[in-house]
Design a binder for this molecule. Sequence first.
Ligand SMILES: Nc1ncnc2c1ncn2[C@@H]1O[C@H](COP(=O)(O)OP(=O)(O)OP(=O)(O)O)[C@@H](O)[C@H]1O
Ligand SMILES: [Mg+2]
Length: 280
Amino acid sequence: MSSSWAAALEVVAAARVTLVLGATDTGKSTLVTRLAGALAGAGHAVGVVDADLGQSDVGPPTTVGLGRVRAPIQRLAEAELVALEFLGVTSPACCMRQTAGSTARLVRRAQAIGCERVLVDTSGLVAGAFGHALKRLKLDAVRPDALVALQHADECEPILREYAGGPIVVRLPAARTARRSAVARRQARQQALQAHLRGAVPVTLDLGRVATRAAPTGRGPAVTEAEGLLVGLGGHDGCTLGLGWVSAVDTARARLTVATRVEAETITWVAIGRERYRSG
Ligand SMILES: Nc1ncnc2c1ncn2[C@@H]1O[C@H](COP(=O)(O)OP(=O)(O)OP(=O)(O)O)[C@@H](O)[C@H]1O
Ligand SMILES: [Mg+2]
């Protein structure tokens, strides 16, 4: 085990909230998995918030997810899913503020259910004005005690520079790994969505009874244009219960037919996302 890993673990073990930063394929999710497992193995109550909308590990793509880790795990997807927030898109570029808000809410939720240590995994968008703005919004909303930056060179420094004197920063070398292509990423997203929707059954939603909510990304597609789109389905406490996709729209009777694994009687609202679901 390297000394840099030991140093990171020591800092993270003492921080209530740690956020992991880095470009794509730098090993963020692998590091979060190892850190969460090590902390759980040492007896901490550990929560992981997955703020990556595209390459999601905790919960499906288009959501920010909260999972609990109770023992060492091999993959972040093994975390026990506790809560989801549906954003309706797979890239944070058009909903940076909302992604940051969902991330911060799920961190507070993790703390409210007793997680003494919360790790936040993030998307690989760190470069340029977009990356910088997204991470600044996330950091300002989450206010972590520690930041772990995985870097090839100094690509996170423009972000870290702004937080000098703030959270404790640990810099680690990025994993030496082949970068996944855009096609491979899209395929991984589709497979993750298919896994979430495996075993989905058609549910008819009467829009006189079930509220249509705007997806957090703001003005999204109208109900009349919803066929084939992913939707978030929610319950009484405002939480996202799971996803579905719209298989039919009956405008005359104000009904949507949605394929989902969420129990029909628990659904009180539906939010129409912007992503089209491809069943295979
Ligand atoms: N320390 C490491 N040594 C060797 N391979 C690694 C290491 N960390 C991660 N990998 C491998 O690199 C690939 C990318 O890792 P990972 O998914 O953790 O990166 P990421 O930064 O979360 O990527 P993304 O930006 O897509 O979320 C995976 O195949 C993983 O197994
Ligand atoms: Mg990742």
